[in-house]
Design a protein around this ligand. Structure first.
Ligand code: NDP
Length: 280
């Protein structure tokens, strides 16, 4: 039976450590989250982020904007936050409405305030092995989970299923920078089960419940499940068939309580780092 990688516990430890660090400081880091429209999942994520930021002793503000906002007005809002020296981190909750060019919005955020680590400067720095101002929260959280559990990365074959800009691609750079051999798979990949079964570290970031099956898994592999799929009964399922895969894997993250809480912990960690950088 696989060892459970408990992101929830590590996340709580990281948040507590951050809270202790901030406790006696006169000025607190400030995180501003922008949410556009009424996407129910986004609303839950944003309220969790705000709640955890407050738990850590940060100032946190949510700016709620109408679904109908246009590109120009949203960009103006970001420019205001860029100029506000009291704001240390800016996060625009994705997805944005279809009429908004999300890349252009992310590019408007000052790289030094881009807590999500998604600005091309931050992604580019990561890709060439330079330290970004902030590292994308979910991939960063995955690396922390591996490190905390003493899971070796160097020389291992890591297979990532999913090539999104927020998970798969930045994670591939982080693993590559740590000397893993990385294979990134996507919807056009042929022989996916065969490739997955070669993985020492298998990461599923697909968005399809129970997509990864037990017979795709190499004995004792480390399986990281990024997926968050809400079922009709309200239950959350990952992208991995947990019950079957845990019998074969060496390590596995649960959903919920695995990668999800780490994403929020790393968001706070990034906010604190940016706060320090801006107050040197
Ligand atoms: P995207 O939809 O942006 O990307 C999904 C990726 O999966 C794409 O690269 C797509 O390929 C690939 N894919 C889709 N179908 C298949 C298939 N049949 N075979 C192989 N690959 C396939 O998703 P995200 O990266 O944003 O999110 C992935 C999952 O992770 C979701 O469940 C999301 O909710 C969750 N998530 C969880 C977070 C957390 O904090 N735990 C944070 C972010 C996301 P192609 O590129 O060819 O379309």
């Amino acid at each position: 039976m696989a060892v459970l990688i408990k992101g929830k516990d590590l996340s709580a430890k990281i948040v507590e450590k951050i809270r202790q660090e901030v406790l006696n400081q006169e000025r607190k880091p400030t995180l501003v989250v922008i949410i556009v429209g009424n996407n129910p999942a986004s609303r839950i994520y944003v309220s969790k982020k705000k709640h955890t930021a407050e738990l850590a002793g940060f100032n946190s503000r949510v700016i709620e904007l109408e679904e109908s906002i246009n590109q120009e007005d949203l960009e103006k809002q970001i420019e205001i936050l860029n100029l506000d020296t009291n704001v240390n981190g800016i996060l625009v909750q994705l997805p944005l409405p279809k009429h908004i060019n999300a890349y252009a919005i992310i590019e408007k955020i000052l790289p030094q305030k881009d807590v999500d680590g998604l600005h091309p400067v931050n992604i580019g720095r990561l890709a060439i092995g330079l330290k970004p101002y902030a590292i994308s929260c979910t991939p960063y959280g995955i690396i922390k989970l591996l490190e905390e559990n003493n899971i070796e990365i160097e020389g291992k074959h890591a297979v990532i299923i999913g090539r999104s800009n927020i998970v798969g691609k930045p994670l591939s750079y982080l693993l590559l920078n740590r000397n893993a051999t990385v294979t990134v798979c996507h919807s056009k990949t042929k022989n996916l089960p065969e490739i997955a079964s070669q993985a020492d570290i298998l990461v599923a970031a697909v968005g399809i419940p129970k997509f990864v099956k037990a017979d795709w898994i190499k004995e004792e592999a480390v399986v990281i499940d990024v997926g968050i799929n809400r079922m009709e009964d309200g239950k959350l399922l990952g992208d991995v068939d947990f019950e079957e895969v845990e019998k074969k894997a060496g390590y596995i993250t649960p959903v919920p309580g695995g990668v999800g809480p780490m994403t929020i912990a790393m968001l706070l960690s990034n906010t604190l780092e940016l706060f320090k950088l801006q107050n040197l």
